[in-house]
Design a protein. Structure first.
Length: 361
């Protein structure tokens, strides 16, 4: 390798490392990113920083740094849990600290075990376990996405340029990294030795992609925004005429009390596929009885009921002091199908747009 090529590689590694550090700093101070999401993204970017450091030191020392290679191989155990955390939060499911500790325990155990020289001959077993772990996480992640197809469709059609929109592309980068690492680890265990500069350069390319996506999640480039404050909203189906009245005032009051309890526990406005029949089933009543409760006893339609819950949820998010969520993120987190509907409902109920409300508060 010529001197010019070596210097270009050095610059490439330094650029990749610097971009990763700068991205981590931006994510750390970003108030519009939830703490657990921030922790997940920063953790993955820090893992990717190992490759440019390893590549740069390998050039400076004329050989790969063995302990850095071992660290890089062990960190592959973190990809499955990180993918799970990303996708789960992307579909608005919480990740607890207990889950974080539980899912990262295998990574800690493997790193401890790899320090024992006696286990060096059992690398094939650790590699097999790694494949099983990755396959398990990938399978469960696909299952999780299949359970939230409606929410994903809403995310990519009505909530572009939100934090959660970019998180899905971030997850794609994680999948690519995992696949590349599996191929490289398999090659090493088969006695093949891939060129360290080629491997590190590829890792840096993935790192630049991931960092670019992470920065988009913070700065939100406007050319991805397609929804504005317009009245192009999802129309409510025409209300059906009530049949014979089935609920007495006492029965209606009791059913409304059950509905209030269900709202607190189940949060129907956050269900991807919520419908009048589904809500009625959860309450143990017929569709007609629930429709009667809404239209006759509560003087509200089912869709207005859901939008009221989503509106109240959006107020909580906008009034949070610890985070400064973007309007687009608030619309998605509150359960609205798209930002246009959010703007329409919010202005009808508050008299101002979400943007104006955010400035006033």
């Amino acid at each position: 390798m010529s001197g010019t090529q070596i210097e270009l590689l050095k610059v490439w590694y330094i650029f990749s490392f610097s971009l990763g550090v700068w991205t981590c700093l931006n994510l750390t101070v970003a108030q519009q990113v939830k703490t657990m999401i921030k922790l997940t993204m920063v953790s993955y970017i820090l893992v990717l920083l190992v490759s440019p450091v390893n590549g740069y030191l390998a050039i400076m020392n004329d050989q790969p740094i063995q302990w850095l290679n071992r660290i890089s191989q062990n960190l592959t155990w973190a990809y499955g849990p990180l993918l799970y955390f990303l996708v789960k939060q992307g579909v608005l499911k919480q990740v607890t600290k207990g889950e974080l500790v539980l899912h990262l325990t295998p990574l800690i155990l493997v790193n401890v075990l790899r320090l024992l020289p006696v286990l060096a001959e059992y690398n094939w077993l650790l590699l097999t376990l790694l494949f099983i772990q990755i396959f398990t996480y990938a399978s469960y992640t696909v299952y999780l996405l299949s359970q939230h197809k409606t929410r994903l469709k809403n995310l990519f059609t009505g909530h572009q340029n939100t934090l959660y929109f970019w998180m899905m592309f971030f997850a794609i980068g994680l999948l690519i990294t995992t696949l590349v690492d599996i191929i490289i680890l398999s090659a090493f265990n088969l006695g093949l030795t891939p060129d360290i500069n080629l491997v590190t350069t590829l890792a840096c390319l993935i790192s630049i992609y991931v960092n670019s996506i992470a920065l988009c999640s913070v700065f939100r480039p406007q050319f991805f925004t397609t929804a504005n404050e317009v009245n192009d909203v999802q129309r409510e189906p025409p209300s059906q005429k009530l049949r014979n009245v089935e609920l007495s005032p006492e029965a209606a009051a009791d059913l409304q009390s059950k509905l209030d309890c269900l709202v607190q526990e189940f949060q129907p406005h956050m269900d991807d596929d919520i419908s009048l029949p589904k809500l009625a089933s959860l309450l143990g009543v017929t569709r007609n009885q629930l429709s009667e409760l809404f239209n006759l006893h509560m003087s509200i339609s089912f869709y207005d009921f859901l939008n009221e819950l989503r509106y109240q949820e959006s107020l909580k998010l906008l009034n949070q002091i610890s985070h400064k969520y973007s309007i687009a993120d608030v619309a998605y987190q509150a359960g609205f199908n798209n930002r246009n509907t959010f703007y329409k409902v919010f202005k009808e109920k508050s008299g101002v747009t979400p943007t104006q409300y955010k400035k006033l508060n």
